[in-house]
Design a protein around this ligand. Structure first.
Ligand SMILES: NC(=O)c1ccc[n+]([C@@H]2O[C@H](COP(=O)([O-])OP(=O)(O)OC[C@H]3O[C@@H](n4cnc5c(N)ncnc54)[C@H](O)[C@@H]3O)[C@@H](O)[C@H]2O)c1
Length: 256
């Protein structure tokens, strides 16, 4: 087992990539703290996690709220004494926020608040626990949209999603440089299109699915498990000399 006796925090653990990663980390021996805005989904994940590790917990949390994270960091410190791995999967997309008729500026603010500020806040509240131990692995989640532009976005080029994800790559590099002397590694993953709730409106539309599949040289969308396996690699000692990196998991999308 690659994460035996590790304590791992997974954000956005109620669905998709976060859920699959929480379960894989538990299978590999970690006690997993699954946090999500949607508490009932986090509890569903905990049911599965508990099959492999029964010292795990699930908590409700909005990663854009510093107070939520301060409380959880304290709780983790009291219950587990430390944190070894942080996986930042909580995220949202402008496409999915537009349904509630928000103004474009409100959608922009929420995407930046959850994706970018949320990633910053989780790092901010959990790095101090890692500093005490002088070890740890942080994995942020960016996207291929943090690396390349795309034309099918929301709002003719004004979509906040790509900027939010691009900034995560820079946040990752900066943190990695600052924390290397304390033996804390910080990396990020840039997935291509993956079949999850985030992309449901796309992959449940047969025409759109075909179009997206054709944009990935491997001819298909990714699975949450394929991203989770990369997260496991970055969390474990298998990647002990890797820090400040962005690992692309995209079926060749950005190689073109
Ligand atoms: N699915 C893809 O194609 C794809 C591609 C590239 C990157 N990503 C990124 O991967 C990450 C996971 O996405 P996914 O595809 O698994 O999506 P998902 O919608 O299946 O899961 C995201 C989870 O995050 C939670 N969440 C949303 N806002 C939150 C908040 N403010 N606080 C706490 N939890 C919150 C949701 O409740 C949900 O459970 C996201 O950061 C996403 O941007 C996804």
């Amino acid at each position: 087992m690659k994460l035996r006796k590790n304590i791992a925090l997974v954000t956005g653990a109620g669905s998709g990539i976060g859920r699959e990663t929480a379960i894989l980390f538990a299978k590999e021996g970690a006690s997993v703290i699954s946090i999500d805005l949607n508490y009932s989904k986090a509890l569903d994940t905990l049911d599965e996690v508990n099959l492999y590790n029964d010292s795990s917990i699930a908590l409700e949390c909005d990663v854009s709220q510093s107070n939520d994270l301060a409380d959880i960091s304290l709780l983790v410190q009291e219950k587990y004494g430390t944190i070894d791995v942080v996986f930042n999967a909580a995220g949202t997309h402008s496409r999915n926020l537009s349904a509630n008729n928000s103004l474009p500026e409100e959608i922009w603010d929420r995407v930046i608040e959850v994706n970018l500020k949320g990633t910053y806040l989780v790092n901010y509240h959990f790095v101090p626990l890692m500093l005490k131990n002088k070890s740890g692995s942080i994995i942020n989640v960016s996207s291929i949209m943090g690396l390349v532009g795309y034309a099918d976005g929301f709002g003719v080029g004004f979509d906040a999603y790509p900027p939010s994800k691009g900034a995560i790559i820079q946040l990752t590099r900066n943190l990695a440089l600052d924390l290397a002397k304390n033996n804390i590694r910080v990396n990020c993953i840039c997935p291509g299109y993956v079949k999850t709730d985030l992309t449901k409106s796309l992959h449940e539309n047969p025409g759109k699915l075909k179009e997206l599949e054709s944009k990935h040289p491997l001819g298909r969308l990714g699975t949450p498990l394929e991203v989770a396996q990369t997260a496991l690699f970055l969390a474990s000692n298998d990647s002990s000399f890797i820090t400040g990196s962005s690992i692309v998991v995209d079926g060749g999308y950005t190689a073109q």
